[in-house]
Ligand binder design. Structure first.
Ligand SMILES: Nc1ncnc2c1ncn2[C@@H]1O[C@H](COP(=O)(O)OP(=O)(O)OP(=O)(O)O)[C@@H](O)[C@H]1O
Ligand SMILES: Nc1nc2c(c(=O)[nH]1)N=C(CO)CN2
Ligand SMILES: [Mg+2]
Length: 206
């Protein structure tokens, strides 16, 4: 999605959660300075012209692993659920709040880490970004620049789906998404409601 199309949605999201755009912009600059390079070509090669499955981290994910097809994009902690069951994701979309050393191991083995910087994860960006030895791509939800991209989307799962569409996947399947999950806190409920609205723009009816 072009930033001009994304920006009004982003402004609504900022107002909904009372997040500050300036914090997101500062985080993006910090990430840009820490990234060793831009592995967007590697991410594109995994997605363009391919069937892609985006894995969210709803409790139903383990029961749906059998239905995964094609390139595997994991949303944050879904990566560890998959890895623990013998599936190493091709890419992980993360704002690093679920990061552990297992992410470093997957990255070293070739998993692309798509690091998302925002106003509330600057310490995590500073901690983890220099530790990635494998392929990395940087994203922001504010205006993109240089090696910092914005494919659209907000939470880790819907950002992965927006990237899959933007980078030319032929088919995008979603597994491990339960947007009516009752066992989540109020902020997460808000993020899942936004995920439903944003994914609907891509034609995913959840
Ligand atoms: N029931 C669910 N619970 C949690 N995540 C879900 C659920 N259904 C779909 N998802 C998607 O899976 C993604 C990864 O989930 P995880 O539990 O790792 O969340 P998270 O890292 O806290 O998410 P975020 O940082 O985006 O808030 C979420 O960003 C969301 O898009
Ligand atoms: N400023 C800010 N931006 C975000 C946040 C967050 O907590 N704060 N969480 C996200 C993933 O769900 C995505 N973007
Ligand atoms: Mg996260």
């Amino acid at each position: 999605m072009k930033f001009e199309e994304w920006e009004p949605l982003y402004e609504e999201i900022l107002a909904y959660f009372a997040f500050e755009r300036e914090g997101d912009e500062e985080a993006a600059r910090i990430l840009a300075d820490l990234l060793p390079r831009d592995d967007l070509p590697a991410l594109r090669a995994l997605i363009e012209g391919k069937t892609v499955t985006v894995c969210g981290n709803a409790p139903c994910l383990p029961d749906e692993i059998e239905t995964i097809e094609g390139t595997v994009l994991a949303a944050d902690a879904a990566a560890e659920v998959l890895f623990g069951r013998g599936v190493r994701p091709d890419a992980v979309f993360t704002d690093l709040d679920g990061a552990t050393d297992v992410l470093l191991d997957m990255n070293e083995a070739g998993t692309v880490v798509v690091v998302h910087a925002h106003g509330d994860n600057i310490p995590l960006v500073r901690h983890w970004t220099p530790r990635f030895a494998g392929p990395v791509v940087g994203t922001t939800q504010a205006a993109p620049f240089g090696r910092i991209h914005n494919f659209g989307g907000f939470s880790d799962g819907d950002r992965a789906a927006f990237a899959a569409h933007d980078l030319g996947a032929t088919v995008v399947h979603l597994v491990g998404f339960d947007l009516d999950d009752p066992d989540v806190d109020p902020v997460k409920r808000g993020k899942l409601a936004w995920a439903r609205r944003l994914l609907a723009l891509l034609g995913h009816d959840l």
